[in-house]
Design a binder for this molecule. Structure first.
Ligand SMILES: [Zn+2]
Length: 147
């Protein structure tokens, strides 16, 4: 799995290894599904901070491609074929965009669906405006309980 810096959101082409840090800023490297790495990196660089994602995997019986977001950032629109799910109880999973479940499909058909979803996501992210949301840790603090 490929890696991205969790602080500057640069893609790091080295393989993930525990204890390895970002070459640019010394930040923590996190693992992202390779197919969506450019999407997730660009989303975060544009101010839409993500917490988890899964691109879906054609060899799995069941896939649920999604990207979840931290804090209070708002999306001006949704990528084609994705739906918005909202959650209130976790600052790390405030809401997510989810593709319909991919199941009971041949590996080939599942792969096509994942690739189509990926193209839609790429188109969407490239056209999203850059926003000035709070940094992830600030968002998390502002959403977290204080007791
Ligand atoms: Zn970095």
């Amino acid at each position: 799995m490929a890696t991205m810096c969790n602080d500057c959101f640069e893609i790091d082409k080295r393989k993930y290894k525990y204890g390895r840090w970002c070459k640019h800023c010394g930040g923590e490297l996190v693992q992202i599904d390779e197919l969506w790495l450019p999407i997730v990196s660009l989303l975060n660089q544009k101010g839409y901070y993500t917490s988890f994602c899964c691109s879906g995997h054609a060899s799995d019986d069941f896939s649920s491609p999604y990207i979840s977001f931290i804090g209070s950032c708002e999306l001006p629109n949704l990528p084609k074929g994705f739906e918005l799910e909202k959650y209130d109880d976790s600052p790390y999973f405030q809401f997510c965009i989810r593709h319909p479940y991919i199941e009971n499909k041949s590996e080939f058909d599942a792969h096509i669906e994942i690739l189509n979803a990926t193209v839609n996501l790429l188109d969407w992210v490239r056209n999203l405006p850059t926003v000035k949301n709070k940094l992830p840790h600030e968002s998390v603090l502002s959403c977290g309980t204080t007791n």
